[in-house]
Design a protein around this ligand. Structure first.
Ligand code: SF4
Length: 302
């Protein structure tokens, strides 16, 4: 493979469109400033943000010698599909600009309408699944009112989506914490048959609760080694400062591994994406390596 073909051509931009979620996972780091002015509430602001995002490939290609030709907008939350009407408008705007689309979801809001929308508009859809045990899902906080996340329903939905769009990429995201570190998810992964299984070590951004050792994390990955062809695992260092992430009010943000939250740029639509990128603390080498080695990644939160 020559150098040219080794470069990732699709730039992935993770936009956390909302902080709102119907689950309460205790490690969740979808916690920004609890401001009520989420960009998705204003169509004009969404449009401005999309226009700015569209400029990113050429800006990055100049700065980091990447070779991006297209954009994949990865919609994340909170729960991405909590407000279907607003998400539909975002999808429409993204399509107008020829962005490819992907999303991460906890799967709880999927119904026939949404499944059709996903099958029709998305190149990839990721589901967050940490545990097959009701008790563990309750402990993690993957519940809504009195009902616990139903992994069988997730499987049914995956099959339905694949039937409508056989070429869609299915991903599973799993966060390994002290609550599920000893689990074996093989039966679920066998049935879901995803194209990729992203396994993350719980990231102590907002809380250090439920942290695990690197040894525990490796044990979890090794327990599932039969899926090594589709597993992509990331420890805390690899996850830090190497994603392009936008928060619900339209600022770039980066994780801190010190457990004290995020650092932010000013809002992209106020100062322009070039300046906002300069205000973002991210590691150009990690970023460059991630793409140069063709590691396509998405974010852990759904
Ligand atoms: S981790 Fe995902 S599903 Fe859980 S509360 Fe956070 S946004 Fe919701």
């Amino acid at each position: 493979m020559d150098n040219e073909t080794k470069y990732q051509k699709e730039l992935i931009v993770n936009w956390h469109i909302t902080e709102a979620c119907n689950h309460r996972c205790n490690y969740c780091f979808a916690k920004w400033d609890k401001q009520n002015n989420e960009l998705m509430n204003n169509e004009e602001s969404v449009s401005k943000l999309m226009d700015e995002i569209q400029k990113l490939p050429s800006i990055l290609n100049n700065k980091y010698l990447t070779k991006f030709e297209s954009i994949r907008l990865n919609l994340v939350g909170g729960e991405t599909f909590l407000n279907l009407r607003k998400v539909t408008k975002i999808i429409h705007q993204a399509k107008q600009r020829q962005f490819n689309l992907s999303a991460i979801t906890n799967g709880s809001r999927l119904n026939d309408e949404l499944i059709e929308l996903i099958a029709d508009s998305f190149g990839s859809i990721g589901f967050s699944v940490d545990s097959l045990e009701n008790a563990t899902n309750i402990e993690i906080g993957r519940t809504e009112k009195n009902s616990v996340m139903n992994t069988n329903k997730v499987l049914t939905n995956i099959n339905h989506i694949k039937k409508l769009n056989p070429s869609i990429d299915i991903k599973i995201n799993t966060v390994v914490s002290s609550l599920n570190r000893l689990e074996n998810l093989s039966t679920f992964i066998d049935k879901a048959s995803p194209n990729k299984w992203k396994v993350f070590k719980v990231l102590p951004v907002v809380t250090r609760e439920n942290e695990i050792s690197q040894y525990d994390f490796i044990q979890f990955v090794q327990r599932h080694s039969k899926f090594e062809d589709i597993i992509s695992s990331e420890n805390n260092d690899e996850m830090t400062d190497s994603y392009l992430m936008i928060d619900p009010i339209g600022r770039f943000f980066q994780n801190s591994i010190l457990g004290n939250g995020y650092s932010y740029s000013r809002p992209i639509i106020n100062i322009g994406i070039d300046k906002a990128l300069d205000e973002t603390k991210f590691d150009a080498n990690k970023f460059h390596n991630r793409y140069r080695n063709n590691l396509i990644s998405s974010h852990q939160v759904s």
